[in-house]
Design a protein around this ligand. Structure first.
Ligand code: PBG
Length: 326
């Protein structure tokens, strides 16, 4: 007790590094990259300063830029040339993510993770096959078990193109089991699964939905993504994906859900990832733009906090910027 116990003793410049509990390293970071089949030029994303939708022809160049900052892994999102009811461009052998993966693995040493979802590929913008009358009746939604087949095909097509890890983000029940079976049957038992295990129906995805053109055309995602009110349910989701064999378990978003990141860390011995989403990125940029926050200091502190909560890996739009300053 005070006056004998004085925590400040350890806060000198000499001792602080010795007792530091958490570190942030470039190898903890995964950078999102958007590849757009509808453009021939690199197009800046207005709501996500510093990020672009790049054409296929620039995909490898874009990833090489990421690698130059020391960040080794990217997660690819695709904007397809066309959309339909079943999101068939998501699992086309010559789809945008498949082509980008081929080029990136041929021209760089990056670790390639691919987002596996249908919302950027369906004309209705939902993350799977929808009920016939869903447009008229908001109580109807994505048909779970039919969607599994499409996710499996998508994941296998990414693996065939050379993806190291596939990352299902659709919150379809059984998605990890279906994808693991599909990958193994196709001889891709070495391809890992990073599951968006606890993904919330969050308002923090706004800028991403502009960037990837993946907003639902009607309704919302509350019938498949998690209710922000629930934390115990996240533990259950994490246990299910752990048992199904997901190699890495992810929580999304990150900062408003650090309690869930910490609970996930306690729930599993597998690596835990957190997705510092587009809204979290936009928030800091907007405040910095107004001169209200220091962007580099707050970005670093935000990512360090996500690690302190228990994440091993962070998907973040700050990856390059923070890595350059580490
Ligand atoms: C696809 C997907 C989304 C994000 C990642 N994968 C959008 C969504 O679920 O609406 C959001 C990422 C972000 O906001 O940075 N399902």
């Amino acid at each position: 007790m005070f006056p004998t116990d004085r925590p400040r003793r350890l806060r000198t410049d000499e001792l602080r590094p010795l007792v530091s509990e958490t570190t942030l390293e470039t190898t903890d970071l995964i950078a999102p990259v958007f590849v757009d089949a509808t453009t021939d030029e690199r197009v800046p994303i207005e709501s996500m300063p510093g990020h672009e939708r790049v054409p296929l022809s620039a995909a490898a160049e874009r990833v090489a830029e990421v690698r130059e900052t020391g960040v080794e892994a990217v997660i690819l999102f695709g904007i397809p040339a066309s959309k339909d009811g079943h999101g068939s461009r998501a699992f086309a052998a010559d789809g945008v993510v498949q082509e980008a993966t081929r080029r990136i693995t041929a021209e760089t040493d990056a670790t390639v993770i691919t987002d596996v979802c249908l919302c950027e590929y369906t004309d209705h913008g939902h993350c799977g096959v929808i009920e016939a009358d869903a447009r008229e009746d908001p109580t109807l939604t994505v048909r779970n078990d039919e969607t599994l087949e499409l996710l499996r095909k998508t994941a296998v097509s990414h693996a065939e193109a050379g993806a190291d890890v596939v990352a299902p983000s659709s919150m379809t029940d059984g998605m990890v089991t279906a994808i693991r079976e599909g990958l193994d049957d196709a001889g891709h038992d070495d391809v890992g699964i990073l599951s968006y295990a606890a993904k919330y129906e969050s308002s923090f995805y706004g800028p991403f939905r502009d960037a990837a053109d993946g907003a639902p055309a009607f309704g919302d995602r509350r019938h498949y993504q998690m209710d922000p009110a629930n934390a115990r349910e996240a533990r259950r989701e994490v246990r299910l994906d752990d048992q199904a064999g997901a190699d890495v378990l992810m929580v999304k978003p990150a900062l408003p859900y650090l309690d869930v990141v910490a609970a996930t860390r306690r729930e599993t011995d597998r690596p835990v990832a957190a997705y510092n989403v587009s809204g979290e990125y936009a928030m800091l940029h907007a405040a910095a733009e107004s001169g209200w926050l220091d962007l580099d200091a707050t970005a670093h502190e935000a990512l360090l906090s996500i690690k302190r909560a228990g994440a091993d890996l962070i998907v973040t739009y700050f990856a390059e910027r923070v890595a350059e300053r580490l």
